[in-house]
Write a protein that binds this ligand. Structure first.
Ligand SMILES: [Zn+2]
Length: 543
């Protein structure tokens, strides 16, 4: 069929003859890719860049007529990030960990990231103001604060990382399970997750709470993950998901220690298959040198001890923590090879592709540039078997993959790499090619009538690596895998309408800033004009 584009949108038909035509016959046409979870901008990402000069000089992008120069294998510079996503046909990428206090930095880098649309998720699960209100059962006051934070920091989603654990880390401690008590706050991770889930529903935010679970990266953590998903079961109304468990691979570990470590993917998949209030994403491991970075400071300390690599530990006053450690995933490592298998097992055992999305938790389990390879693993049993031949033998023997025949279709790929993510984020104008959608389109040079992805997985990988065309907002930005034009992407943020308005909440917050922060209230707020292309999403709250 023909797809008509006018003024950046997909329309019924175009009037007049002065029309540019792309002949996409015998090619795969999809909406632009959407990435729900990729660390591409902000203070932590930039600290990672500074920590790792060796990540830059081996991977250089030269300046061209249409592009600026850049560097970086696992933590590309801002411009390079935008170009590399666009080359793969991706047009929307959301940054999932913004310390509210560092929001200005995040938006400065997002402004410098060309082509793609973006948004940022403020970290709220360990913020003192949130913990204090939730501990006292003051849900509405907490909701007013969250609404204010979305506006003040230009955020889009409530992000929760190791709830309570980051605050405890300030005292050298961590949360052992979801019913542990956060020091000095008389609250548990369960109460934080449930409280912020209620806040999310009161505010009608566009996405569910986005949760990095307690005990992430530790053997045996799959029970914590199941308990976390279960604890908000009753808060779901209808079929709309209320919790997104992110980079699930890192939270699907069985075993008592690294010796007995094995996959918990079957148990997690079984739960997700039988419940509609959960979505998740893969956090797929790829075998390469990368950089791990997360707000989960205590987890990064463990990784530092395990790897002996250099390490950054950070603390953002009263809000969150951070950690950065370089890391190499090796095929011959039992643990790494098992992790590789777990990500794919989850994607293949969770039956509904609308519930699990393709990510690598870039750059934690590998750089986003490996997505085409992951797509080929999802689509081809032969590709998986070939990869498995080189794996650690014990990991290979224990892997569930040899028992799984499923191969993704191109429709499954379209859902897990764009349609599902767009739906989970309530981006109704993305993830599809219907009339009214944004004209963000990827064309891949692979003929679905003659190519069998199961057998010809190399062709699939090649095609998804370099889009034949990427169209962003109606403009051709990529042709034959090369950037031909750079445009500015939009930054989405949620403008929550509350009664009284969030601005009337401000005087109460000024005291919080006097008491807790070393910065002034006035300097904390990111004004709208700070965003290169501001795109507020209006929602009306129940408060
Ligand atoms: Zn992440």
């Amino acid at each position: 069929m023909d797809i008509a584009i006018e003024n950046g949108k997909i329309v019924e038909k175009v009037v007049g003859n002065d029309v540019a035509i792309i002949n996409a016959s015998r090619m795969v046409v999809m909406p632009g890719g959407v990435d729900i979870h990729s660390h591409i901008a902000g203070a932590k990402v930039n600290a990672g860049r500074m920590l790792r000069p060796e990540d830059h000089f081996k991977d250089v992008e030269a300046k061209t007529e249409n592009t600026r120069s850049g560097v970086g294998h696992s933590i590309p510079s801002t411009f390079t990030t935008g170009y590399r996503y666009a080359r793969m046909g991706y047009t929307t990428v959301f940054e999932p960990a913004q310390a509210p206090l560092k929001a200005r930095h995040t938006h400065e880098e997002l402004n410098d990231t060309p082509i793609i649309d973006k948004a940022a998720y403020p970290l709220l699960g360990d913020c003192w103001f949130v913990l204090e209100r939730l501990a006292k059962g003051m849900i509405e006051e907490c909701a007013a604060y969250v609404a204010w934070t979305m506006k003040a920091t230009k955020g889009y989603v409530i992000k929760i990382v190791n709830p309570g654990g980051l605050e405890a880390w300030g005292f050298g401690r961590n949360m052992r399970n979801i019913d542990d008590t956060v020091p000095h706050f008389n609250i548990t991770p369960r109460e934080i997750v449930q409280g912020l889930c209620k806040v999310n529903e009161l505010l009608h935010l566009p996405h569910a709470i986005h949760v990095h679970t307690n005990n992430l990266g530790k053997p045996g953590n799959y029970t914590t993950t199941l308990e976390t998903m279960k604890c908000v079961e009753n808060l779901a109304k209808g079929d709309k998901p209320v919790i997104h468990v992110t980079h699930c691979q890192f939270s699907a570990f069985k075993g008592d220690d690294w010796q007995t470590f094995h996959s918990g993917a079957e148990d997690i998949s079984k739960y997700v298959n039988s419940h509609s209030h959960v979505t998740t994403d893969m956090g797929q491991v790829v075998f390469t040198d990368t950089t791990t970075m997360t707000a989960d400071g205590p987890f990064q300390f463990i990784l530092y001890q395990l790897s002996g690599n250099k390490w950054i530990n950070g603390d953002v006053e009263t809000e969150t923590s951070t950690g950065i450690v370089p890391f190499a995933y090796k095929r011959k490592s039992f643990v790494h090879a098992t992790q590789w298998s777990i990500g794919l097992e989850l994607a293949l055992l969770i039956k509904d592709p609308w519930k699990i999305f393709l990510t690598t938790d870039h750059p934690n389990a590998g750089p986003f540039t490996y997505y085409p390879r992951i797509i080929s693993w999802l689509m081809s049993r032969a590709a998986r078997q070939k990869a498995m031949k080189k794996l650690n033998k014990r990991a290979r023997q224990k892997s569930l993959l040899s028992t799984i025949d499923r191969e993704y279709t191109l429709y499954d790929v379209a859902i897990t790499t764009r349609a599902g993510q767009a739906r989970a984020l309530s981006l109704s104008h993305k993830g599809h090619l219907g009339v009214g959608a944004d004209a963000d389109i990827a064309v891949y040079n692979v003929d679905p009538t003659s190519v069998d992805p199961s057998r010809d997985y190399r062709l699939i990988r090649r095609a998804f690596k370099r889009a034949a065309y990427t169209v962003k907002g109606g403009e051709i930005v990529v042709r034959n895998g090369e950037i031909v034009k750079s445009v500015d992407g939009k930054t989405f943020w949620v403008d929550v309408e509350t009664s009284p308005s969030v601005d009337e909440f401000a005087p109460r917050l000024k005291q919080v800033f006097e008491d807790y922060y070393t910065v002034r209230y006035e300097n904390y707020i990111v004004p709208e004009h700070y965003l290169a292309v501001s795109c507020p999403v209006h929602v009306k709250a129940e408060i």
